[in-house]
Write a protein of this length. Structure first.
Length: 126
């Protein structure tokens, strides 16, 4: 793991843990996103913690546990429109505000998430 990794720049495990705890209550309270998340929050929050650890260049927790599943194909089982992507990113922006993640590392992480969210869109607006 690189000392200058985004993972270290944002504050590592503690920040990612705070971020996923701030994020999912917003997702579950969001009228556009809520229908896509019928199950309890604990499992998805735990998976997202593992995934974001790896996504930012930290330990490879997600693939150690779940293998090399492709995130795009995992998202293909859901109908994701541009409004879903916007709503997801809005919740994430608010979560970053809430935990006061700031500066260049925040911008970079948010840009990486925006790129991913846009690639997961697979359905036109309804
Ligand atoms: C474009 C907007 C997005 C929507 C609507 C969306 C929706 C979903 C849904 C419905 C699930 C399954 C939830 C469950 O199992 O209960 C899921 C899983 C997941 N999503 Fe997303 N997602 C989006 C973007 C993203 C982005 C940008 C990332 C990461 C950068 C991400 C990472 C994950 C991860 C790690 C999982 C768990 C995968 C697994 O089952 O192992 N998602 N997402």
């Amino acid at each position: 793991m690189d000392k200058e990794s985004l993972y270290n720049q944002i504050g590592g495990a503690q920040t990612i843990n705070r971020l996923v705890h701030a994020f999912y209550p917003k997702v579950y309270a969001h009228p556009v996103l809520r229908p896509l998340f019928p199950d309890g929050v604990d499992e998805i929050r735990a998976k997202q913690y593992l995934f974001l650890t790896q996504f930012t260049g930290g330990p490879t927790l997600y693939t150690d546990k779940y293998g090399f599943g492709n995130m795009k194909s995992i998202h293909e089982q859901f109908r994701i429109s541009p409004s879903h992507a916007d709503a997801w990113l809005t919740c994430m922006r608010e979560a970053m505000d809430e935990i006061e993640l700031q500066g260049y590392p925040r911008q970079l992480l948010f840009q990486m998430m925006t790129n991913a969210a846009n690639r997961f869109v697979n359905t036109p607006e309804e």
